[in-house]
Design a protein around this ligand. Structure first.
Ligand code: FES
Length: 153
């Protein structure tokens, strides 16, 4: 995917402002769901910034993702309502189904990306997850395991 024309527009939007690197990187990330090395290098060249500086910002902040997203994205709410309703058990059940180690957030086949988020905005359904745009609430470990497995069928 050639993202350079979109990046050029974003650089044009931000270039006259100070302290724009983080919002610029956020906007660039929204194009493909992550910041590729190629795009970071391109931004560095166009903005006259050292590539290492961009890479440093991108790796410092957890909001930036440096690898492509999986086919499906599982968002597990870790907000207060979900936390007290067993969100940790839900996370563990999903990680077990996906065979993810603690430091992994994506299945080896790229089918699922696993992300923990602060609040999905439907606290009355706690504990809650979203898979892509679909919300699942009032979960148990058993229920969420079945839901995740159903995506492989
Ligand atoms: S705390 Fe989980 S949806 Fe709000």
């Amino acid at each position: 995917m050639n993202t350079k024309p979109e990046i050029d527009k974003l650089i044009e939007k931000y270039k006259a402002k100070k302290g724009v690197l983080i919002p610029l990187l956020q906007d660039v990330q929204s194009i493909e769901g992550y910041l590729s090395r190629e795009n970071m290098k391109y931004i560095a060249e166009k903005m006259g910034i050292r590539e290492a500086e961009i890479f440093g910002v991108a790796t410092f902040y957890s909001m930036f993702r440096l690898k492509p997203l999986g086919k499906h994205i599982i968002r597990v709410c870790k907000g207060t309502a979900c936390h007290v309703s067993g969100a940790n058990n839900i996370s563990t059940a999903i990680r077990n189904v996906l065979d993810l180690k603690d430091d992994e957030d994506q299945t080896a086949d790229g089918f699922f990306t696993f992300i923990e988020v602060a609040c999905l905005g439907c606290c009355s359904l706690a504990p809650v997850i979203m898979i892509d745009d679909k919300t699942y609430g009032k979960l148990t470990s058993e229920k969420v395991s079945q839901i995740v497995k159903s995506y492989y069928k």
